[in-house]
Design a protein around this ligand. Structure first.
Ligand SMILES: *Cc1c(COP(=O)(O)O)cnc(C)c1O
Length: 457
């Protein structure tokens, strides 16, 4: 059993949570149409729906918020954020945005023409959506090993460099307005990307003069994986590693709701001065003036402080130990998971755990329902309901039938994770009793957020 590193903080302000009784959980599920997105958060005991904007801020962040300068233009808060951005990311220009997808929208608005294609290891769904919304084509070129749920590798988020170069030549440079890579690879289980791979990607993009943007949502976790796993980095600080990562790119988008340690925020950063003029024009139209970009001054201060906290080694060691510990407890109980764990989430292999159900019977959705019913735990189906294609009542199934348990930052303790592991062990012991699920309503797009279900017999 890997060591659970004690939380490098103590709790000064608490938020009560409560486990409502089973009959109430049953009623809540019914009212939500058996979709956990429809539950009230008050009725959830342990909420592992997402790590986005759900973490706890520190006393330093709350204190910084009190010093926020709410001036419309040129606020102190902006300059404090700029100092942090300059040191950590090192791009010549940046604008704050209200969250990650706003940065993606602006990047696509200024660079992408209909019919053009954008490569990445794996695009996150909002990135994919923003590229498609402007008539573009997102392309995923992650190494094949990313698709094997049991294969262990240090950097399963790496781009397939040969495939990338072949794809660029086949697509034509004129059809590629920019290239990306996501660190860590959220859509692929939160797997990290190595520095060597980032350097390789950078060399290829530069060779073809394709601007290189990093989706930096979990840059600190990625930096720490590099420190632990890549030769030559053991003695470097996460900050030094982050600086090296970003020196390889021409810009970055980020949802600061992840490794910015804030509840809301993001940015778009870049080196190209002419492009930055167009970015500012678009930002002013959609988000706000370039020194606040859709955020309050106090949000900028919380973020400037949060970036440095995300890079602290004791925090990162504890953060990674949480997901490793939860995975180890689940392995011990024989609960099937996707290997190896990333930092921000643990993925359950629902098709294996509920092997008495066929894919048509939606085992992922059935598991997310069972987790709430048995333990008041909320986790998200990322299988057939989220990604399956439905044509004339026939499913085209995605490769994996998983349920994601994302771990909010600095929020839950070891005993909470023990409770989650114990609940899943119970579910496994009585797995055969878990019934099939039928989808009774589904919207056209982003089905899993609002679909409705019935329990089978
Ligand atoms: C969360 C996320 C985004 C989108 O950010 P929002 O703040 O939710 O708009 C983009 N990319 C990755 C990898 C993410 O995890």
């Amino acid at each position: 059993m890997p060591k659970y590193i004690p939380e490098p903080f103590r709790i000064k302000m608490m938020e009560p949570i409560r486990l409502i009784d089973r009959a109430a959980r049953q009623r809540a599920l019914q009212e939500a149409g058996y979709n956990v997105f429809g539950l009230r958060s008050e009725d959830v005991y342990i909420d592992l729906m997402t790590d986005s904007g759900t973490g706890a801020m520190s006393q330093e962040q709350w204190a910084a918020m009190m010093t926020g300068d709410e001036a419309y233009a040129g606020s102190r808060s902006y300059y404090r954020l700029k100092a942090a951005m300059d040191e950590i990311f090192g791009f010549k220009h940046f604008v704050p945005t209200h969250q990650g997808r706003a940065a993606e929208n602006i990047l696509c608005a200024v660079l992408l023409q209909p019919g053009q294609a954008v490569p990445s290891n794996m695009h996150f769904d909002t990135t994919e959506g923003n590229i498609r919304a402007r008539g573009g084509l997102p392309n995923n070129l992650v190494s094949q090993i990313a698709y094997d749920p049991l294969a262990h590798a240090d950097f399963k988020g790496n781009m397939d460099l040969e495939a990338l170069e072949a794809w660029i030549q086949a697509t034509g440079v004129e059809n590629i307005p920019f290239g990306m890579i996501t660190i860590t690879n959220n859509a692929g289980g939160g797997q990290p990307v190595s520095m060597a791979n980032l350097r390789g990607v950078s060399e290829i993009y530069r060779k073809y003069q394709i601007p290189f943007f990093i989706d930096a949502c979990r840059f600190a976790e990625n930096a720490y994986f590099i420190k632990l796993r890549e030769p030559g980095y053991a003695d470097k600080s996460p900050l030094q590693i982050a600086q090296e990562m970003f020196s390889l790119a021409d810009g970055a988008t980020m949802s600061a709701k992840k490794d910015g340690m804030v509840n809301i925020g993001g940015f778009l950063a870049l080196n190209d001065g002419a492009l930055f003029e167009r970015v500012k024009a678009e930002l002013i139209l959609r988000e706000g003036f370039p020194t606040y970009g859709g955020l309050a001054g106090r949000d900028l201060d919380a973020l400037a402080t949060g970036f440095y906290e995300a890079l602290q080694e004791d925090y990162l060691a504890y953060r990674l130990s949480q997901s490793e510990y939860l995975c180890a407890r689940l392995r011990e109980a024989g609960v099937p998971i996707i290997e190896p764990p990333g930092a921000h989430a643990v993925y359950l292999n629902a098709a294996d755990l509920l092997s008495h159900l066929s894919r048509e019977e939606l085992p992922g959705q059935a598991l997310s329902i069972a987790m709430y019913l048995e333990g008041g735990i909320r986790a998200v189906e990322l299988g057939t309901v989220a990604f399956g294609q439905l044509k004339d009542g026939q499913w085209d199934f995605p490769a994996l039938e998983v349920v994601r348990m994302a771990i909010p930052r600095r929020t839950y303790t070891q005993s909470h994770l023990d409770y989650v592991a114990d609940t899943l062990a119970e579910i496994k012991a009585n797995a055969k009793q878990i019934k099939s699920v039928k989808m009774t309503y589904a919207p056209e797009l982003l089905r899993h957020f609002t679909a409705q279900f019935e329990i089978g017999t």
